[in-house]
Unconditional design. Structure first.
Length: 213
């Protein structure tokens, strides 16, 4: 059977249990061989002027993935530098993994902004898309954020099928882990423990490097 590889992009500033558990749940729920975490160099959709250095974010992703056989980390966006456009990342993995089925994972909050992504109409038909439940967000209407691109897809069994390329966009109702990176950064600034929010090796790394103080 061909591999089904999940790509999970994000700022990961820092990576937290919400990311890790969402990746695990996607492995099972979307039948993936593995998930590759891809920290961005510069997220195009966030004000990142005070964001943490890519080398730190990458190191924390590696620590979070270390004991998980089905989690991997790619430095492709950090090495490429500049704005991290998903289209370029998809093209990279399609070239690097011929024969694999590629599934891009994103939270329901990120999906709300998908119409603003760089050359999104070209990106959508390239791979399958799985939108993950994000705590506090309602079940998304998958067609709504893409209404300007309605010609690209048609409804199919609660999902959307891309007309070009035999790919789809679907929603996956994963168990909720209500954590965000914003919450982790705030907890550190306020001198609160982050032990429940991030994997232990990530908490150690943050303390050792004095991040987010
Ligand atoms: P911030 O609080 O800084 O905005 P974040 O916690 O949303 O950060 P990102 O690195 O921006 O983390 O998220 C990367 C991807 O992970 C996005 O697609 C986002 O929707 C998803 N994600 C983040 N936290 C969760 C969570 N708790 N459950 C499910 N998906 C999540």
């Amino acid at each position: 059977m061909n591999a089904r590889v999940g790509l999970f992009g994000g700022t990961f500033d820092p990576i937290h249990w919400g990311h890790v558990r969402a990746a695990w749940a996607a492995c099972n729920g979307a039948n993936l061989t593995n998930v590759i975490l891809i920290p961005s160099a510069r997220p195009p959709h966030k004000n990142f002027d005070t964001g943490t250095d890519g080398a730190h974010r990458l190191a924390m992703c590696r620590l979070a993935a270390r004991d998980n056989e089905r989690l991997d980390v790619s430095d492709v966006e950090i090495e490429r530098g500049g704005e991290s456009y998903t289209l370029l990342t998809l093209q990279h993995f399609l070239g690097a993994m011929p024969g694999a089925r590629i599934v891009f994972l994103l939270g329901a909050d990120a999906y709300e902004d998908i119409a603003t992504w760089y050359r999104v109409a070209e990106a959508l038909p390239l791979v399958d898309w799985v939108v993950l439940r994000r705590p506090g967000m309602p079940t998304p209407d998958l067609a709504r954020p893409l209404r300007e691109h309605a010609a690209l897809f048609e409804p199919a069994d609660g999902a959307l099928r891309l007309r070009a390329g035999a790919t789809s966009i679907r929603y996956l109702e994963i168990p909720e882990t209500p954590v965000s990176s914003t919450q982790v950064r705030r907890a550190i600034r306020e001198g609160l423990t982050i032990d429940e929010l991030v994997p232990p090796a990530v908490a150690d790394y943050i303390a050792r490097h004095g991040l987010y103080r």
